[in-house]
Design a protein around this ligand. Structure first.
Ligand SMILES: NC(=O)CC[C@H](N)C(=O)O
Length: 199
């Protein structure tokens, strides 16, 4: 079986995610086609979606303008996996606490943008994540804080007593940037979910 992974590519650290998916596919010896999503019509061909970090105001404006937003919602309604990182998490949230972000409401969480500080406050932390045996090197860059989670949301990891990795059904949201490390385990998980979803 060959999987198709879609990386939302309207803005943000797209190439890093594409590289990370390709590396993960090689690691688990899975045939994966990566599609960059810049317009409507691509999402329906994808088994798993990755929503990268970047600028959530810009990403949300473009996906609503270009008809990609409803396709992402349909993908989730069909039970297919989404991995949303940093700005992607903000866009996927129910409430971003900021009217300039048109959220998708895929994750019943309230986030606060840039709450881990500015660019210069970026940091890397060894994070214990549910489902991983060893800590993950999590890179936080102007990362959002998850302030509140709904009852259907599982917290997979916390840093400083604040949730930084959550799951609701097929949607995983991460405050940090797994694509910026050599550790591919979270991208493996995204691909494994797509494989399971296809069975
Ligand atoms: N690294 C990131 O993706 C930062 C997210 C950004 N601060 C936003 O609010 O969109």
């Amino acid at each position: 079986m060959s999987l198709t992974a879609g990386v939302l590519a309207v803005q943000g650290d797209v190439s890093e995610h594409v590289d990370a998916v390709e590396r993960a596919a090689r690691d688990i010896d899975e045939s994966v086609t990566v599609r960059e999503i810049r317009s409507a019509g691509v999402v329906p061909d994808c088994d798993v979606l990755l929503l990268p970090g970047g600028e959530s105001t810009t990403i949300s404006r473009l996906i609503h303008r270009d008809g990609i937003a409803p396709e992402i919602s349909e993908h989730v309604a069909a039970g297919k996996p989404v991995f949303a990182t940093c700005a992607g998490l903000i866009v996927a949230a129910e409430d971003a606490g900021d009217d300039r972000v048109g959220t998708l409401g895929l994750l019943d969480v309230t986030v606060e943008r840039n709450a881990f500080g500015r660019q210069k406050d970026s940091f890397e932390a060894p994070l214990d994540i549910d489902g991983l045996d060893d800590p993950f090197p999590a890179v936080f860059i102007r990362a959002p804080v998850i302030d509140a989670v709904g009852e259907n949301v599982d917290v997979l990891a916390s840093w400083d007593d604040r949730p930084v990795a959550v799951r609701q059904g097929p949607v995983v949201g991460l405050s940090f940037h797994p694509e910026l490390t050599d550790d591919s385990r979270l991208h493996w998980l995204a691909l494994f979910e797509a494989i399971d979803g296809g069975e």
